[in-house]
Design a protein around this ligand. Structure first.
Ligand code: ZN
Length: 284
């Protein structure tokens, strides 16, 4: 199932359009895309039975520019640094023995076709698989962790490298300028993937491939991240885990290369889709 936030309403994306969850359920579920994660099992059961009795649900067109982040107001956003050996190597850092965790403050989330203002001239790209929590996870073992994941989406961990490494490192602030967490275009439930632990992912800048890897190369996979994080603090429905980026960021190049106004960033993950982001000058 593909669940999306279409202009602030929860919809199920099908081949021919989208089904509005509130309308199809006669108001049993509200339109708020954030609320579906509070009733995840009921929503899944309802969507599974859609169209099995009565008329097929009405379809609305999907305008990509109106797709917001699938979980628009998570209470917690976890992000993992150095979770691919290739990226740790290009960053000149040791591979960590525990997940290197920071946050992206939730108000920096945005969606498909977002226009994101660059905060300076050292802003970098980081394509990442994002796991969305569907059921509260408190001290969950890795072998049960996927039961707590609603689905997967594409994310960008946009990073102002100057701010990130200022004041003896402040990853969370340097990665939380307005719009610095594009996510989308929709959430795909784990059952849709042949191998949910090994998906191709990458990104292009103005059509040039700059990152191209597989999530199977992660040091801590989704299940282990849920286990490690939920050992510290409960994960709540709608929470996001940005799982880290592979090699190919601009900071790791010689000379370094950063995003410029007018650049178009396209981030893709196999089985999910492509998330497009437009970088613009401040004030434009
Ligand atoms: Zn990252």
């Amino acid at each position: 199932m593909r669940l999306a936030n279409l202009a602030g309403r929860a919809v199920v994306v099908t081949g021919g359009g989208a089904v509005d969850l509130a309308e199809a359920s006669d108001g049993r579920f509200g339109p708020d895309p954030a609320a579906v994660f509070d009733h995840w099992d009921d929503v899944m059961a309802f969507v599974g039975g859609l169209g099995s009795h009565g008329a097929a649900p009405a379809l609305v067109p999907v305008d990509p520019a109106r797709l917001g982040p699938p979980s628009p107001t998570p209470r917690q956003v976890f992000a993992i640094g150095l979770n691919y050996r290739s990226h740790a190597a290009e960053s000149g850092m040791e591979v960590p023995s525990v997940p290197a965790t920071f946050t992206k403050f939730p108000a920096c989330l945005t969606g498909q076709e977002a226009r994101v203002e660059l905060s300076g001239d050292t802003v970098d790209w980081e394509v990442e698989l994002v796991a969305v929590v569907g059921r509260r996870a408190d001290r969950v073992r890795a072998d049960r962790a996927w039961d707590h994941v609603a689905g997967l989406t594409v994310g960008q961990d946009l990073s102002d490298r100057t701010v990130q490494f200022a004041a003896a490192r402040q990853f969370s602030l340097g990665k939380s300028f307005r719009g610095y967490a594009p996510a989308g275009p929709w959430l795909v439930t784990p059952d849709e993937f042949t191998d949910r632990d090994d998906l191709g992912l990458g990104c292009t800048v103005n059509g040039e491939v700059v990152q191209d890897a597989r999530t199977g190369e992660m040091i801590f996979d989704v299940a282990h991240l849920v286990a490690e994080l939920s050992a510290v603090v409960p994960l709540l429905p709608g929470d996001l885990i940005f799982t880290g980026t592979p090699a190919g960021v601009g900071m790791g190049r010689t000379p370094p290369r950063y995003l410029a106004p007018g650049d178009v960033l396209e981030s893709w993950i196999e089985g999910i889709g492509t998330l497009r982001t437009h970088l613009v000058d401040q004030g434009s």
